[in-house]
Design a protein. Structure first.
Length: 221
């Protein structure tokens, strides 16, 4: 009936996707890229997929093969390549991604899938160049702060504090550290951090509010 016809259509779409995967894999290897890179990508996507507990469609009505299946297929294909290329293109990738990195991270958090975002940002941080460590650590703190479960706020404060000690920390990291210090009763530390925030971001949208906070702390920049 109708249900069987729909299932057959979705299966056809999945088969087409599998064929596209095989073609893409062959093209990647032919152009000198490491075949293992594809497996690493699908492994990361599969891990992210596991953080989503809800809204998973039934596989029979999916137009794509399951991520685990695609991961297994590409691992098997990579294992058949004798003397495989070893170029992962990491430096070229980082050069391309670095300019829009803040925008990409903002968009990641805007999805409100915080468990997935925490996984993604943590894995990016593990492999990040030194100049991106501060930025990614700050955004990891942001993911925990926005999720707000259990001791997430405490974890967020820890990551903010780590961020300001690393290269590439955004001005907002100093603001969050200053507010955390104020809430903890460390008024001297709070003044120092909030002043640093205003020095780094004098035209920030919340600059007037931060100056008011500094007034209540007994000193203005």
């Amino acid at each position: 009936g109708t249900l069987a016809g729909a299932a057959a259509l979705f299966k056809y779409s999945r088969d087409m996707e599998r064929e596209a995967d095989r073609f893409g894999f062959a093209s990647v290897v032919a152009h000198g890229w490491a075949p293992q890179a594809g497996a690493d990508l699908w492994a990361r996507m599969w891990r992210e997929e596991q953080t989503r507990k809800y809204d998973r469609p039934l596989q029979i009505f999916s137009t794509h093969p399951a991520s685990q299946e695609r991961l297994d297929d590409i691992k098997a294909a990579a294992a058949t390549i004798a003397s495989p290329p070893t170029d992962f293109g990491r430096e070229r990738y980082r050069a391309a991604v670095h300019p829009p990195l803040v925008k990409l991270l903002d968009e990641e958090l805007a999805q409100r899938r915080y468990a997935g975002s925490i996984l993604v940002i943590s894995e990016l941080l593990d492999d990040a160049p030194a100049e991106d460590k501060g930025l990614l650590t700050f955004y990891l703190g942001e993911a925990y702060r926005r999720r707000g479960l259990g001791d997430d706020r405490k974890k967020a404060s820890t990551y903010y504090a780590q961020a300001i000690a690393l290269p590439g920390a955004p001005p907002a990291a100093w603001r969050e550290v200053g507010l955390a210090r104020r809430n903890a009763g460390d008024l001297t530390g709070a003044r120092s951090a909030l002043q640093r925030y205003l020095a780094d971001a004098p035209a920030a949208e919340d600059a007037a509010f931060i100056r008011r906070d500094l007034d209540t702390l007994g000193e203005t920049p």
